[in-house]
Ligand binder design. Structure first.
Ligand code: GAR
Length: 200
């Protein structure tokens, strides 16, 4: 591992389609030469996360830290932090990482921890964003990339994408439309952020 490179660590829990979009953009746009950045590792809290195979297929190191083995959230987060810090990250990217993080963990990565949330924040923090947007009669929906702070889904907004809500939309149809935009939004938001970060 080069200490001068900006190492990115991506955390996932499931399908990892956003992670895949970031990995592909990093290769396609040659982040290594152009931004001095590379994805050093993908870490999942679930061994069965489908995204792990996708990451390995794209040549990226994967690691699993199952949360069930820990007696407290703080103990898990401390172990996760140690696993992440072994990669000396410039940036930690939450990509469908479905865990609430402790304030200590969030403080440790202040300014270098980002998340994508499937709503137009500050609307619809938390879960079930698409059905709640439909229920509220929203005419547009979308996704937000934001800095992670101790307040759930409330850190500084870095980028947003908007999609229309169509007549008769189901939550699934809306989620799929938003996810397509997430795949464009998240890599570009990371690309814009990287020059402002120092190597870990
Ligand atoms: C994405 O829609 C992401 O915005 C959402 O989970 C999905 C993960 O999909 N994240 C959250 O809801 C975080 N609160 P992916 O694993 O295919 O990238």
């Amino acid at each position: 591992m080069s200490e001068r490179e900006k190492n990115i660590v991506i955390l996932i829990s499931g399908g990892g389609s956003n992670m895949g979009a970031i990995l592909r953009a990093a290769v396609r746009e040659n982040w290594r030469d152009r931004l001095g950045a590379r994805v050093a590792a993908v870490i999942s809290n679930r061994a069965e996360a489908e995204g792990l195979a996708l990451a390995r297929g794209l040549g990226v190191v994967t690691q699993v830290l199952a949360h069930q083995g820990f007696e407290s959230r703080a103990a898990f987060d401390a172990a996760l932090q140690a696993m992440i810090d072994a990669h000396q990250p410039a940036l930690v990217v939450l990509a469908g990482f479905m865990r609430i993080l402790t304030p200590d963990f969030v403080a440790h990565y202040r300014g270098r921890l980002v998340n994508i949330h499937p709503s137009l924040l500050p609307a619809f923090t938390g879960l079930d964003t698409h059905s709640r947007a439909l229920q509220a009669g929203c005419r547009v929906a979308g996704a937000t990339v934001h800095q992670v702070t101790t307040e759930l889904d409330q850190g500084q907004i870095l980028a947003q994408a908007v999609v229309p809500v169509l007549l008769g939309d189901s939550a699934e149809a809306l989620a799929a439309r938003v996810l397509t935009q997430e795949h464009l939004l998240y890599p570009q938001a990371i690309k814009a952020l990287l020059p402002t970060l120092s190597a870990g």
